[in-house]
Design a protein around this ligand. Sequence first.
Ligand SMILES: Cc1ncc(COP(=O)(O)O)c(C=O)c1O
Length: 407
Amino acid sequence: MTEQVTRATFDEVMVPNYAPASIIPVRGQGSRVWDTNDNEYIDFAGGIAVTALGHSHPKLVDVMREQADKFWHVANVMTNEPALRLAQKLTQKTFADKVFFCNSGGEANEAAFKLVRRYAFENFGPEKNEIISFFKSFHGRTLFTVSVGGQPKYKEGFEPTPQGISHCDYNNIEQLKALISDRTCAVVMEPIQGEGGIIPADIDFAKQVRELCDQHNALLVYDEVQSGVGRTGSLYAYQQLGVTPDVLTTAKALGNGFPVGAMLATDAAAKSLGFGTHGSTYGGNPMACSIAEAVLDIVDTPEVLNGVKSRHDMFVAGLEAINAKYSVFKEVRGMGLLIGAEVVDSYKGNAKAFVSAALEEGLLLLVAGPDVVRFAPSLIIPEADIKEGLARFEKAIEKVVKANAAA
Ligand SMILES: Cc1ncc(COP(=O)(O)O)c(C=O)c1O
């Protein structure tokens, strides 16, 4: 007999590293989600920028079923057709010549960070091992990725962590100039910081980072785990910046919720992960790769990418109209459908209050740090759902503002 589970079961049997909401979603369709009580929600969160084609996309469900009937797994002592096709598409559509598959963003970054060290080791010697990244950046939860990440709270209590890593302020080229040297093997950046508060890179800054890397024979790694796969209105955000990295990591939306990650690299860089240097049991499995191939086929079309731009405008206009009434945000910013609304000082540290109130109004939202409400919906969210979701958001804001005035 199946035992009844509720939100309380979480506290009984799960490690307390998460604090999930009170509701338990059980099914989704497009940009709508239903919970155990059949309450319906509009999804402006997309997991966390994951379900770029919404829930239960019919084409993805078909592809998944088809592949499930064929086979799910083959060890990496053999290759498989879906992995080869996906790698072919990723290399055709980007700067990259070579691909390594894994299962998550953190793993893709782990591979990238190992690659840049190994590349410098083989080409320049062991002293060239320093990695520079940016404060507020987020690259995953493994020991190496929390160390490269620019948020000390994620490292606390896990020391000793990998060494040879330093950080400077994002969009501050002078600080980077002061840090970079011939011992630097790589600079790692998100082209738009996600978890750090939805902060886009200045184009000039991004260009100068590339130049500094070239001057010091350092590789440039773009973490596009959150910004990739159409999220910003181009397949990858670097394609809008006019800056090409040497290594790029992608995950999240690549599988639309099915776990898959990839590290893309130039030929020159990829050579350094020679036979036996790195690996993953599940990386490149045929299930994940067949789904990711279908995701790419759908996302990388003018219809979807242009739709991201028009939906961005709808979101920004809607949020600004709401803000004109309530004055709760100091800035609405972002690229494509990765949008952040930073709260004014009177709500500083309390962006979560808006997200919790939104949940009560039937709207799934996210924060990006303590001060920013984050919107990362499906790239194909219907306009009617955007309108309805924004109306629910306005009700949530009204509640928070009233509660605040009464306090
Ligand atoms: C930019 C970035 N890199 C890496 C990660 C980690 O990805 P994962 O949770 O799949 O390991 C995330 C997740 O939020 C991210 O936003």
